[in-house]
Design a protein around this ligand. Sequence first.
Ligand SMILES: Nc1ncnc2c1ncn2[C@@H]1O[C@H](COP(=O)(O)OP(=O)(O)O)[C@@H](O)[C@H]1O
Ligand SMILES: Cc1cn([C@H]2C[C@H](O)[C@@H](COP(=O)(O)O)O2)c(=O)[nH]c1=O
Ligand SMILES: [Zn+2]
Length: 197
Amino acid sequence: MFIEPRVGNGNHATRRGWVEVICGSMFSGKTEELIRRLNRAKIAKQKIEIFKPRIDKRYHEEDVVSHNANSIRSTPIDFAQDMLLLGGSCDVVGVDEAQFFDEGLAEVCVKLANSGVRVIAAGLDMDYLGKPFGPMPALMAVAEYVTKVHAVCVHCGDIATYSFRSVPSEQQVLLGETDSYEARCRHCFVKGMKGRS
Ligand SMILES: Nc1ncnc2c1ncn2[C@@H]1O[C@H](COP(=O)(O)OP(=O)(O)O)[C@@H](O)[C@H]1O
Ligand SMILES: Cc1cn([C@H]2C[C@H](O)[C@@H](COP(=O)(O)O)O2)c(=O)[nH]c1=O
Ligand SMILES: [Zn+2]
């Protein structure tokens, strides 16, 4: 398990920021881990703000909700830039479903961190084809800490790093859960993709 570098980041005059990324496949526990870190920051009396892309309405319009129903209140936004307005005055900014944001996300997180904010972003590192997803590679490059969490392959029980799409769609963005995706290990993912072509 990743141990946070520290929970608090000093008072407003002295605080130092940084960027943490939590990545992995679907069902790997990214949202759970994000909520865990944010709840600890709340205990440390940190001022926090959580953002998610407005398109992610899967479980709730506003809350960030994990597959096992943990939740935390968030602000849905359209553009990464929108985080600067509300997030700049916080100690900690959380971001869920980071893969859906625009390419400006890394720059926004860097600006927040440079101004003393601890940024914790969770997102899919790869899409259903196993390709890097949206702004995630750039975000991982500028982060001080990157934690890759793993799901369990629903076919063989090995660690799963891929999100296999089980329905016929070729759009990169297709919201869903177990109705349209399976957590798979490399072997079972490759086998499934071969069966498709
Ligand atoms: N194949 C799977 N592997 C691991 N956890 C799973 C799987 N399918 C469902 N889950 C559930 O999903 C939870 C993680 O949910 P969540 O934090 O929302 O993941 P993520 O944000 O990475 O999609 C686990 O604690 C478990 O209850
Ligand atoms: C692989 C993949 C996933 N999505 C969608 C499906 C879900 O709505 C989210 C991921 O949510 P989670 O919290 O990580 O389980 O992303 C997509 O649109 N395209 C994809 O390729
Ligand atoms: Zn497998």
